[in-house]
Design a protein around this ligand. Sequence first.
Ligand SMILES: Nc1ncnc2c1ncn2[C@@H]1O[C@H](COP(=O)(O)OP(=O)(O)OP(=O)(O)O)[C@@H](O)[C@H]1O
Length: 523
Amino acid sequence: MGDTNSNNGNNTNNNNKKPEWLQQYDLLGKIGEGTYGLVFLARIKSSTNRGKSIAIKKFKQSKDGDGVSPTAIREIMLLREISHENVVKLVNVHINHVDMSLYLAFDYAEHDLYEIIRHHRDKVNHSISSYTVKSFLWQLLNGLNYLHSNWIIHRDLKPSNILVMGEGDEQGVVKIADFGLARIYQAPLKSLADNGVVVTIWYRAPELLLGAKHYTSAVDMWAVGCIFAELLTLKPLFQGAEVKATPNPFQLDQLDKIFKVLGHPTLEKWPTLASLPHWQQDVQHIQGHKYDNTGLNTVVHLPPKSAAYDLLSKMLEYDPRKRITAAQALEHEYFRNDPLPGRNALVSPNADKAVNYPTRPVDRTTDFEGTTSLQPSQPVSSGNAVSGSIPGAHGGTLRSGPRQMPVGPSTATGEKKGHWNGDDWIPSTAEIKALRLWRHTGSERYIWFIMLELIRYLSECKVEMLCHHYLETLSFISRRQNLKIKDHRVYLFSVRCLSALTSILLLQVLMVSWEVKEAPTAH
Ligand SMILES: Nc1ncnc2c1ncn2[C@@H]1O[C@H](COP(=O)(O)OP(=O)(O)OP(=O)(O)O)[C@@H](O)[C@H]1O
């Protein structure tokens, strides 16, 4: 996939000191900023895809200096296997081993639903055509159905994550972006609360707001319902104000906005409601005030008997178990009625031309560090960036640069020691070297890397971590199998791990009982 194997990212070209992996692109400038990092527009230089636009997402380091953990890498490997017309393609992955920062290169899309909605609301002041709304929605569901059937839950669907291709063969094709990244962000790359970027709660499902511990694909369907309504009205459906003070999922104002439109949820309609933490804990707030159902149809201006309304209300069903799935939604009558959805959502078969949406503004003054002025012939990154897929690349030394990334504890030789950071393991220099053994997803080298990790946990007697890691690995393997990748080695490996784990646990039990026996003589 992509061109990850062609470069030795550890080398730099002396002419312009750009890391080699970056030399395959012309970096044009910054196009966006999210919670976890910056997004840059670049063009491919190589002859095969010359001029093709690429969006490079650089993940910022958190204040703790956390880097890319093995868990994150596993997730990314999985994302690289995802291939669907309505899901944005991850074409390249780069890991800067100096600071373990991460660069993901995606196919570039000129538009996104956030900008399209804004254009209609603030610039042209008219609604989006029913053909375009239907085509956007159908393609969004189609991409989501693919992700869900591959056990990937997006968790952060919102208009800015739904991209739309500009001019070219794929004009008007919807691409879901940022899928599966929530898992990567969550553990090793924590949100940078002070970067001024707002994480929106407007598309968050009620079960999550009420403290549900697990994400299910139904949370994405709730978000799709909110996006559908926003495409129709050009206004966010539930625009709650977020309380930022605590990491508490309970967001009263957001729930208030939802209840005002959909009415109070009842145990009758949503039996598992009683088991949600905040339904019980915040009885006064949640159950004290009874909301009348003001009617979703009046808010979205849809006749209550219309197919569009029927589909929308099924997406905004309170009980996640009753909420319509992406597969079911694709079969809904709404998509069989005129106008039928099309591949080019921007140009209906009856219209002669597309609405002229503005192209993304490019900030040419920001470099990869997100701070200094970008001058095309100057070094873009100070570190030795290496592609994570490069076999045999040798370790680089820390170089001085405009901004030194924080690193973990070091040994006298300057080698970074592995360390725990809250709930994750920040790899040591030796492990980073092991990481470089990883070549293709599912390769033996990757399996060796997992083995190394298991051995490390074993040697450090971190049985709990070992179990956690083992389970994660198993889920990774099973998800790979769902992606229909035939690699029997992973099965073999899994069986070996299982027997190793059982032996370790047995040993632990024996040691504990031995210690108990020995205890009296020790004193
Ligand atoms: N592949 C891409 N092509 C073009 N633009 C993109 C691409 N991926 C992301 N963008 C744009 O870059 C901007 C920032 O994206 P990013 O995903 O970092 O943040 P966000 O979605 O706005 O917020 P958050 O980080 O909270 O999810 C958005 O406007 C998004 O549409």
